[in-house]
Write a new protein. Structure first.
Ligand code: SF4
Ligand code: SF4
Lengths: 274, 699
């Protein structure tokens, strides 16, 4: 079987509040001193794929794919250190924040190219959403582009009779599904797909493994069109919500008075918020 | 009182001697028996040496003068052994007794088997008779004291084996029978020099009324041979028992690590290494293997181990003994593996990390790398580096470690600091202080020193006050300093201690490169872990700096008058009592105990009290070795154990010199102080409180 996992490199969501800055003109976050990391749900997806490979009896090959800046090579190297077999980077030339539809188109083109060379992928795994924008649309739009059935919020893949058994989180509980490849899933986290820490030898080996690089031109995509042509939404303004704290002390001479005063103020405040 | 020889005219002391084989026939048998005895003895040690030689190389015969000094102090002089009073006393008695008795036997051999008849005259009387008798008594008393401890008081630190008991019994029997044969010889021969052998003579006097001369003579022959057989048997047994420490311990002390505990971890050649870390005896150096054979089972290491003290499964003594056992029992397989035919004949290497032994992952990951075990060990065994070696295997080959350490390592990898989720950046603490950042300076060389802030200082709320105080003190003293700001990365200490040498190396190389760019030569830091890395570990990666802990640097500033200590002595803190907690990585690892105490002495006349365990026997705060990132079970918290000790001194301020100690002891003291007001403060904070400008009391 062949699995493909899509990765996204994002600004470290754990960046200290004061380091997080916004460029209002570009309508995007400024990198500043922050680090770049692999989006956590994408890492959950890698881990889910690796666990599938470990549980499967036959041979399973895992490919990692990323559409990003050249710095995103780090994410792919890390995936290879986690023992993903192959990696491919589609270089994003200057398009700082492509929307999900554009990303879906690029990834679909790259997947078709990889399939041309190495045969079809049975399953495509995409992180549920990314930690920077949190739009959560890439998986669905990619499935649309590829013309494959998709299922969201999947937490595990297990080899089933003939196909693949999926567990997905729903509002009412866990849903178990049997899937016939090819298909696409978006992966969410649970306590079992916490990304593993790679072994040191695998980290070292990851630098020796080949990493395929493709440009938009290689995929016969027009980068200008990708940048502008498929916008499914428009960013009007981006700002850091002001966190204002007003402190008021309940007055009164006795405890009872203070409690009464407090209760009164709570009513007033609640009423004013509506 | 004493029995004096009857034939007075012959009492010329220059002629005094005794017959060597008095009353003994077939003396040739002694020589015959000696052959197998020495053969077994030699074979036993040959087996040991063969095993050691199978280890990896280590340079431990360099710097002979320093080694000799250490040898004289701690092997010959028993410097560490005598630190525990009871054991020190009995061991000194037995040890000195053995040396004297061995010399006496040598004298007999020379006298009898060579033309040099030295055993006569005053030498015979004073040394061979009187001194030997006294030291023989030492052995008896020493063994008796040891037996009382082993069989009656039974302290927890000992290992209770039959072997250990038999050793006491046989030594006691040898000494006692020695006195018996001496006494009967004196009695039967009416030895004119009997008074010079007081213990033997006592025996003679006691036997005289009870036994006839003939009976004594027969008894003498029987006991003489019995004594000889026991002694020879014992000698042959030495290399196979813990008595081998008589030879292995001095050798181990001579070949000890001379670089201090702070520099005791090995580097790894990642390109060449077959395995990272150690999970197989053959990957240890010969010195590590010698360590296993040098252990005296005294238990001091485990007794002082903080993890063991709070009830965790870690016991450095048992780690050493289990590995020793593995090396002995599986010796041939081990050698086989080393020779290349695979551990147990199947090509598999025997693992040393084993859930069922003391070398379990759980125990290994409880170590705070405090080095208390190494400091306590009378024979200089290096327990902690072996623990780190095994952790390296688990972390780098198996990716198997506690959860808290995983988050720490993830954060180190992607953010170059271990504090996942911190709300601070590396420069937030400088707000309002006007501190130069090297990258923003026209000429970074203008900075006299680099103030290395450290992750624990910059990113943990509680410690930002410490680095602010340090910076303000430097400013007040007019020191031209700068920081690296956002370019600072973790030194890699936590990664190295938990066993992720690869990550450590990456971080270290990165920092060395950054510092090279700015031509950094002098570094001052308020984190002893960073201090240790710079001082002992970065030189391996080409980073050579003059490194100061902030307490050392501030102490120098006060000494030289650059920082005015005048205000400090105004008695403003006179009401407070301070106790200083020695950080492991400043004290034991790097030998600095005075600088922080000197500073505290200047803190407004406050009174200093010491905790029971202080200076080189200081008890870890529980935060070293990556343990600051692990949630300890509530009933097994090292920091609370230490905090209790601090609280028990009655001090109202617990002074610290390390950001990790500060957070660990803050938590601990809050849990244990009860209704009392006890504060944990860094030495720099206290000093700033004392010498800071009026109106700037709180930095
Ligand atoms: S270094 Fe400290 S914690 Fe580790 S084994 Fe030795 S005494 Fe115990
Ligand atoms: S390792 Fe050292 S301190 Fe520990 S039991 Fe052995 S001899 Fe004693």
């Amino acid at each position: 079987m062949k699995l493909l996992v899509c990765l996204k490199q994002i600004l470290d969501p754990d960046v200290p509040a004061r380091d997080f800055q916004i460029d209002p003109a570009a309508k995007a976050a400024r990198r500043g001193g922050a680090n770049l990391v692999t989006n956590i749900f994408c890492e959950n997806a890698v881990e889910t794929a690796l666990q599938f490979r470990e549980a499967a009896t036959g041979e399973v090959k895992i490919t990692a794919l990323c559409y990003g800046e050249s710095s995103a090579e780090d994410c792919l190297r890390k995936a290879m250190a986690m023992t993903v077999d192959e990696a491919c980077l589609v270089e994003r030339d200057g398009n700082t924040n492509p929307d999900a539809a554009a990303v879906g188109r690029v990834l679909a083109a790259a997947i078709r190219r990889l399939e041309q060379d190495g045969g079809p992928f049975d399953a495509v795994l995409v992180g549920r959403e990314s930690g920077d924008w949190g739009v959560g649309q890439t998986g669905g739009l990619l499935a649309e582009e590829l013309g494959r059935p998709a299922l969201g919020f999947v937490e595990s893949l297990q080899p089933g009779n003939g196909g693949v058994t999926l567990r997905r989180q729903t509002d009412v509980g866990i849903e178990v599904a049997e899937a016939e490849p090819p298909f696409l899933v978006t992966i969410t986290n649970n306590e079992d797909n916490v990304p593993r820490i790679p072994k040191t030898r695998d980290v070292m080996m990851s630098y020796r493994k080949p990493l395929q690089k493709l440009s938009l031109a290689d995929l016969e995509l027009d980068s200008e069109e990708i940048r502008t042509g498929s916008s499914i939404f428009e960013v009007e303004e981006i700002f850091i919500p002001a966190d204002e704290v007003e402190c008021e002390l309940a007055e009164g001479d006795t405890l009872e008075e203070r409690v009464d005063q407090l209760a009164k103020r709570i009513h007033e405040v609640v009423a004013s918020i509506g | 009182m004493f029995r004096v020889g009857g034939t007075v005219p012959l009492m010329d002391p220059t002629q005094a001697t005794r017959e060597v084989f008095w009353n003994i026939e077939y003396t040739w048998l002694v020589y015959v028996l000696m052959v197998p005895t020495l053969a077994v003895f030699g074979w036993g040690f040959w087996l040991k040496i063969r095993r050691w030689r199978a280890g990896q190389p280590a340079i431990r015969f360099d710097r002979p003068a320093e080694r000799l000094q250490l040898f004289l102090r701690n092997a010959v002089g028993q410097g560490r052994t005598i630190k525990r009073r009871y054991a020190g006393v009995f061991h000194t008695l037995v040890y000195t007794g053995f040396i004297v008795l061995f010399l006496a036997t040598t004298v007999v051999a020379i006298h009898h088997d060579t033309p040099l008849h030295i055993m006569k005259g005053h030498f015979y009387l004073i040394f061979q008779s009187l001194i030997v008798d006294i030291f023989g008594l030492f052995v008896l008393v020493g063994v008796a004291l040891a037996a009382i401890r082993r069989w009656i008081s039974k302290p927890k630190l000992l290992v209770y084996t039959d072997e250990a008991s038999w050793i006491l019994v046989t030594i006691f029997v040898m000494a006692l029978t020695g006195f018996m044969i001496e006494g009967w010889r004196i009695a039967v021969t009416d030895d004119p020099w009997a008074a010079w052998s007081p213990i033997g003579n006592l025996f003679a006097l006691a036997s005289d009324p009870l036994m006839s001369d003939a009976a004594m003579q027969t008894g003498h022959v029987a006991i003489w041979w019995f004594h000889l057989v026991v002694a020879f048997g014992w000698i042959a047994w030495v290399p196979f028992s813990k008595m081998s420490h008589v030879f292995t311990a001095p050798l181990n002390i001579f070949t000890a690590n001379l670089d201090g505990y702070g520099g005791s971890l090995k580097t790894i050649d990642f390109e060449a290494a077959e395995r990272f870390g150690i999970n197989h005896l053959g990957d240890f150096t010969w010195k590590d293997l010698l360590d296993f054979d040098a252990c005296t089972e005294c238990g001091r290491c485990t007794d002082v181990c903080p993890a063991n003290t709070v009830g965790k499964s870690l016991s450095p003594r048992d780690i050493i003994l289990d590995l020793q056992g593995l090396m002995h029992k599986r010796g041939d397989e081990f050698l086989g593996a080393v020779d290349g035919d695979g551990g147990n004949g199947s090509g598999e290497l025997l693992p040393i990390i084993d859930q069922k032994t003391a070398v379990s992952p759980e125990a290994l990951f409880a170590c705070t790398t405090c080095a208390a075990c190494m400091e306590a060990c009378p024979v200089h065994i290096e327990q902690m580096p072996k623990i780190v070696d095994a952790r390296r295997y688990l972390v780098m080959e198996e990716a198997d470690f506690p959860e808290g350490m995983m988050d720490m390592m993830n954060s180190l990898e992607s953010r170059q600091h271990p504090f996942a989720g911190t709300q601070f950046s590396r420069v937030d603490w400088t707000e309002g202080l006007d501190i130069d950042v090297m990258a923003e300076m026209d000429d970074p060389h203008e900075a006299e020193v680099l103030m290395w802030v450290g992750c624990g200082g910059a990113l943990v709320e509680r410690n930002r006050n410490t680095v602010r105080a340090t910076a303000k003190l430097l400013q007040k003293a007019g020191v031209k300093f700068a920081i690296l700001g956002r370019e600072e990365s973790c030194t890699g200490d936590p990664a190295r201690r938990v066993g992720n040498e690869f990550l450590f190396e990456m971080l270290a190389k990165g920092n060395v490169e950054t510092m090279q760019r700015y031509g950094v030569r002098k570094v001052v830091t308020s984190c002893p872990h960073c201090f240790n890395s710079f001082r002992n570990e970065y030189p391996h990666f080409g980073g050579r700096y003059e490194v100061y802990h902030h307490t050392q640097f501030l102490d120098q500033l006060l000494e030289s008058g650059r920082l005015d200590g005048h205000d400090a002595a105004d008695g403003s803190n006179g009401s407070s009592t301070i106790t200083f907690h020695d950080p492991c990585y400043l004290g034991r690892h790097n030998g600095e105990y005075e600088a922080p105490r000197n500073l505290l002495a200047k803190v407004g006349g406050a009174r200093q009290v010491e905790m029971q365990r202080s200076r080189n026997t200081s008890f870890c705060c529980g935060g070293g070795g990556g343990m600051a990132f692990v949630d300890e079970p509530p009933d097994q918290r090292v920091n609370q154990e230490r905090a209790q000790e601090a609280v028990d001194t009655g001090a109202d301020v617990v002074a610290v010199g390390c950001p990790f100690c500060a957070t660990m002891l803050d938590d601990g003291v809050n849990a244990r102080r009860g209704d009392r007001e006890v504060k944990v403060k860094d030495v720099a904070e206290l000093l700033w409180d004392a010498v800071g400008e009026p109106g700037q009391a709180a930095p």
